[in-house]
Design a protein around this ligand. Structure first.
Ligand code: ATP
Ligand code: MG
Length: 388
């Protein structure tokens, strides 16, 4: 393993950058609110808890005694009923913009010491996403606009977190959905962001258009029905000026596909994750005033999404197998594989890596993540133990 020189946080300069006392700064470090990254990224400190009005996942970057703050991506709240939610949340503006919500994982990209670095939602440097960012994004953007951070979704099948074949993407692509100022986290207005991204040929999430508040609920409903038919995820409804908070809304098919995944690994899935997806179906069904036939279809789809994957897991364990998830990564630089393995290990993820195969000058690695909790619990049931 390579060795990297230890970098310490310059507590005094950091305190002055964040406009707090040295003592408070020391406290943040001691209580591990701020935690250093590892290897060559020891000068990146991520917020593991919210503090000083700075969101969890934000990253403080130290270069010499110059600091910058890369803000975490803010939580987007969800509409349960489109009509009331649009009316209530956007009452001060005449029009909203509707963008596609793509299903992948959230990444922030910055230029650091001559290379692009991709930070995950929690503020870790992901070696796989960083290699992809370097490949997919024009570096000129970052040298010409050093004050900005690019936020987007990594989408596609060669994806170690959220693999999806629902888009016409061969491997993995990066879709920009936000550009924000360093330090303040202030977003660019939507059209300004889109034309800037366009200028550097970044791929972007689709913009369906701008709509009057009155017509928006109906328009979004039709967009969502279409998105659902394609198996895509949903939309994010935004203030074109990016002053008001955006809201998200998803298709029933996407809620159900989340449930399928959650129930396959039922013992590791959060109860809230499952429950909120069922509640969404109730509200959508009522708001869209569907007829009995459509309602029955929804019931069947919801029920199947819950029970079928679970049934498959239970059978799997009965046949002596373990419940597991499969992922694929595809890299150009072989070193990225070992970096990614180390990264997974550091995060405490129990993942098995296959030997790399060479395909089109790239290394392809399959990863298997055993769902230990679901496998063990299911086996215990087959052995006659009681649920609790
Ligand atoms: P959140 O805390 O934002 O609710 P979550 O993990 O619950 O996060 P999601 O339900 O997937 O996430 O919804 C928000 C996420 O959607 C964002 O963090 C972002 O990664 C993703 N996203 C995809 N497309 C867009 C878009 N067009 N605009 C904004 N975010 C988008
Ligand atoms: Mg998502």
């Amino acid at each position: 393993m390579e060795h990297y020189p230890q970098t310490e946080l310059d507590v005094e300069s950091a305190a002055s950058f964040l406009d707090i006392s040295v003592q408070r700064m020391q406290e943040l470090m001691e209580r591990r609110v701020l935690v250093p990254n590892w290897n060559e990224y020891q000068h990146l400190f991520r917020f593991e808890h919210k503090a000083l009005q700075i969101d969890i996942g934000s990253v403080l970057v130290q270069k010499g005694n110059v600091f910058s703050l890369i803000r975490g991506f803010p939580k987007i709240k969800r509409a349960m009923l489109l009509g009331p939610a649009i009316k209530h949340n956007f009452s001060d503006i005449p029009r909203v913009a509707v963008e596609e919500k793509m299903n992948g994982y959230n990444v922030r990209v910055i230029l650091l010491d001559g290379k692009l670095v991709a930070l995950t939602r929690s503020g870790h440097v992901c070696p796989y996403s960083s290699e992809k960012a370097n490949d997919l994004l024009d570096h000129d953007f970052f040298t010409e606009n050093p004050q900005f951070v690019v936020y987007g979704e990594m989408v596609g099948p060669d994806n170690p977190y959220v693999p999806k074949k629902i888009y016409d993407i061969g491997s993995l692509e990066f879709f920009v959905f936000d550009i924000r100022q360093k330090n303040t986290g202030l977003p660019l207005p939507l059209h300004e962001r889109r034309s800037l991204a366009e200028k550097y040929s970044f791929r972007q999430v689709r913009l369906f258009g701008e709509f009057d508040i009155q017509e928006a609920p109906d328009v979004v409903r039709h967009i969502i029905q279409d998105i659902g038919r394609k198996g895509h995820e949903g939309v994010v409804i935004k203030d074109p000026k990016m002053v008001l908070q955006p809201i998200k809304y998803t298709a029933s098919q996407s809620n159900c596909s989340d449930l399928q995944h959650a129930m396959k690994v039922y013992n590791e899935s959060g109860r809230d994750f499952i429950f909120s997806r069922i509640v969404r179906e109730g509200f959508q069904s009522v708001e869209w005033d569907e007829n009995e036939e459509d309602f029955r279809k929804r019931c069947l789809q919801l029920g199947e999404s819950i029970l079928r994957p679970m049934k498959e897991s239970i059978i799997k364990v009965r046949e002596g197998e373990r419940v597991a998830e499969e992922f694929t990564i595809r890299v150009k630089d072989r070193a990225t594989i070992s970096r990614f393995e180390e990264y997974m290990r550091r995060l405490g993820m129990d993942v098995m890596f296959s030997e790399p195969k060479i395909e089109d000058n790239e290394y392809v690695v399959h990863m298997t993540k055993i769902n230990k909790s679901t496998s063990d619990k299911t086996l215990a049931m087959w052995e006659g133990q009681l649920w609790s």
